[in-house]
Design a protein. Structure first.
Length: 387
């Protein structure tokens, strides 16, 4: 991490040193948590300690935390609960692709769900329904009004599932206070390891397991537990209160002030609504997203274009499409996301490269003042001269 300027925390956060240390220690100890001998009991204690930490993070009893292989499994688990599913149009693909017949509720131009449309759609349902709305969007950082969503869902006898993968640890909330019935989490967005997550159930919710073949996780999720991963998740959850503060918001705001001053035509998506303090979706006019991502990467800076769930492809964003964004703008958007190890110097470095790309783009549109197309040169040679 010392040589790379890493600004892609919404894809995955760097694993925190305390997480690595605790996981390394548990890896050195043999023991199946279902075994009754000393090693098994040690592993069981480690899992239950992690379960308490994750429960504390979202304000629920530890016995309501069901560990999974990640946020995608947790989302698929949750939406298997009811025959009729209503989702916002900006949900993660692990929701949208899992239920092709889901009713999609539109969002406004800022990415906020249309509550009147949700109410109308629920009023027409006759089968038991589940409403699934993410707490914070992975591409724009937009925070949804989950309390109102849950209230409307319950008014019509529906349950409310929340994909809180991006929100947990970045904003403070309690599951019961919001009225959420099912909640999805993922460790690697918090500074924990990849490959472990959780579905959290409200006290009166029972679900049928997706994976059968054992009594692990109180019968909700069969299979030998990923002990090191779960332990790392627990440590990351316990450390979350140290992460997202005014410092992160200040770094994000500094980026946005600078780019809009340098390029008045630059756009910050959803800048007018509540967002995660670490996330900025920025349009550099005239420079395709993929070109920007490659150029930043060649300069040693990691950013992304949209979600990191397209097998390495830079695909058109369904989130920005749902917000009614001009395709010419959305095709020139990148996502910058900050986190626990982001430094002032990282922002300095990002802005230098952003300035250079923008200046070269302007020169390319003015052939009398530029002798060559600079961005293809960067991609072809891998060279960028930084002041």
């Amino acid at each position: 991490m010392s040589q790379i300027c890493y600004l892609d925390y919404n894809a995955t956060a760097p694993v925190k040193p305390d997480v690595v240390s605790r996981m390394s220690a548990i890896l050195a100890c043999a023991g199946n948590p279902s075994s009754v001998h000393t090693g098994g009991r040690r592993a069981r204690r480690a899992i239950e300690e992690a379960r308490e930490n994750v429960g504390d993070l979202v304000g629920c009893a530890p016995e309501r935390v069901v560990f999974t292989s990640g946020g995608t499994e947790a989302n698929n688990f949750a939406i298997s609960y009811r025959p009729r599913i209503l989702v916002s149009a900006v949900e993660h693909v692990s929701i949208l692709d899992a239920v092709s017949d889901a009713i999609r509720i539109p969002v406004n131009s800022s990415g906020i769900i249309d509550l009147d449309a949700l109410r109308w759609a629920l009023s027409r349902e006759t089968a038991p329904a589940l409403v699934s709305v993410m707490m914070a969007n992975n591409e724009t950082g937009v925070i949804q009004p989950l309390g109102r969503v849950a209230e409307i869902a319950h008014e019509f006898g529906a349950l409310c599932h929340c994909d809180a993968v991006q929100a947990a640890g970045k904003i403070s909330f309690k599951m019961d206070d919001l009225g959420i019935d099912l909640l999805s989490l993922s460790a690697h967005k918090l500074g924990g390891p990849q490959g472990v997550g959780a579905l959290v159930l409200a006290d009166d919710i029972e679900v049928q397991p997706l994976i059968r073949g054992g009594a692990q996780e109180r019968g909700w999720r069969a299979g030998t537990e990923n002990v090191p991963g779960i332990v790392g998740f627990g440590v990351a959850a316990a450390l979350c209160h140290e992460d997202y503060d005014a410092r992160i918001a200040g770094l994000r705001d500094r980026i946005e002030r600078h780019v809009t001053q340098v390029a008045p035509r630059a756009t910050i998506f959803a800048a007018d609504v509540p967002r995660l303090s670490n996330t900025s979706c920025i349009v550099m006019p005239g420079v395709p997203s993929e070109t920007q991502v490659i150029a930043f990467d060649l300069a040693g800076i990691a950013v992304s274009a949209g979600a990191a769930c397209s097998s390495g492809r830079v695909a058109r964003s369904h989130v920005l499409d749902a917000m009614g964004a001009d395709p010419m703008e959305s095709g020139c958007a990148i996502r910058v996301s900050l986190g626990w190890a982001t430094r002032d110097s990282d922002i300095d470095r990002f802005l230098v490269v952003w300035n250079d790309l923008h200046a070269r783009s302007r020169a390319r549109r003015e052939p009398r003042t530029a002798t060559e197309n600079a961005v293809p040169e960067i991609i072809a040679t891998g060279r960028m001269v930084l002041p």
